[in-house]
Design a protein around this ligand. Structure first.
Ligand code: F6P
Length: 358
């Protein structure tokens, strides 16, 4: 049995651990299995760039960050658009799949990746996917691998800021990854005792943010820490039509490198307090997976292999209430799992005094 494997989209910590989980389970339970690793995601499948993997390739990678077969972003919206040389990408992927005599494709990726995986399923290929992303925004699973490792890194960054913020009596903003969803910011913010958490799902009012800082000052606290998601948005901006918002954002980008700098400038203007911005950026996606992710990836990998052993295709493996589930790809593709502003975690965070600026 020949199986194709690829990792697509932004990388994260537990990709190798997940591939290892799939491979080890297949080698253990099938007499004759060969794994083809497509290089740099869908690009490898489109252009026929691949590597025949050996059993040893999957040894010693449980703790290794990144992906041993590389990754790239291949936007779903351009999949039906021919490349610069007129190549039909979808046809090319199907041709390579057939030419190599693949039984199925194991695809590890996030939201965009799942849209293309579903497209390949619709085109008749056998596909099994695993949910990857530090953003934890894939619909159909409570958790994605990479998320918990990133929470640890972002929390650690905020912990470090805490000591310096306290020493200097400053307001600090730590910008956490997540343009569309705030899971990472929410969890890292709570884990590291942030005072204010701003998420894309809960538009903020700058006066409420300032109020929260001033309340702390009145209580004798000399510093405040804000955990701000890359996609944090003001109430005012959230009410704008898409086109207007895009124009406003383009203008702001000329002045501020990111949303945190803009928020910082507004706070400085309104409070006269000294503001510092820290952006851990891609460190959040790097390094070794945490123990939780290693377990999760091993379970996801084994579950994906089980689907292959049963020739049960067209699913993403996921986790719901601590149990592994299989979710039809057509249900996953095109949906985002966002933070619900009315969720109990938000309520509990508010009860301990965290402000969401709303
Ligand atoms: O999808 C994961 C993610 O890390 C986002 O949180 C972040 O905004 C984005 O990728 C950054 O992507 P890039 O690799 O293109 O800089």
């Amino acid at each position: 049995m020949r199986i194709g494997m690829l990792t697509s989209g932004g990388d994260c910590q537990s990709l190798n651990a997940s591939m290892r989980g799939v491979a080890k389970s297949l080698y253990e339970n099938l007499k004759d299995v060969e794994i083809i690793g497509f290089l740099e995601g869908y690009k490898g499948l489109i252009y026929g760039n691949y590597r025949k993997m050996e059993t040893r390739d999957f040894s010693g990678i449980l703790t290794e960050g990144g992906t041993i077969i590389g990754t790239s972003r291949q936007p779903f919206k351009l999949m039906r658009t021919p490349d610069a040389n007129g190549l039909d990408k979808v046809k090319a992927m199907k041709d390579n799949y057939k030419k190599l005599g693949l039984e199925c494709l194991v695809i590890l990726g996030g939201n965009g990746t799942h849209k293309t995986a579903n497209l390949l399923r619709e085109e008749g290929l056998n596909v099994v996917t695993l949910p990857k992303t530090i953003d934890n925004d894939i619909w159909g699973t409570d958790i994605t691998f990479g998320f918990q490792s990133a929470v640890n890194i972002a929390s650690n960054a905020i912990d470090c800021i805490h000591t310096t913020a306290a020493s200097h009596g400053r307001v600090f903003i730590v910008e956490v990854m997540g343009h569309k969803v705030g899971w990472l910011t929410l969890h890292a913010g709570i884990a590291s005792g942030a005072d204010i958490i701003l998420l894309p799902e809960i538009p903020y009012d700058i006066d409420k943010v300032v109020e929260a800082i001033e309340k702390r000052t009145r209580e004798g606290k000399s510093f405040s820490i804000l955990a701000v998601a890359e996609g944090a948005i003001s109430k005012e901006d959230a009410a704008l039509p898409k086109k207007k918002l895009k124009e406003k954002r383009a203008q702001a980008a000329k002045k501020y490198p990111s949303v945190s700098y803009e928020i910082g400038a507004k706070i400085e203007e309104k409070t006269g307090q000294e503001i510092r911005v820290t952006i851990p950026g891609h460190t959040q996606r790097g390094g070794s997976p945490c123990a939780y992710d290693r377990v999760l990836s091993t379970r996801f990998g084994a579950a994906a292999a089980k689907l292959i052993l049963h020739k049960d295709y067209g699913y993403m493996v996921g986790m719901r209430n601590g149990e592994i589930v299989k979710v039809p790809l057509e249900e996953v593709a095109g949906k985002l799992k966002m933070v619900n502003p009315d969720a109990s975690i938000i309520n509990e965070a508010k009860l301990v005094g965290i402000s969401f600026g709303d």
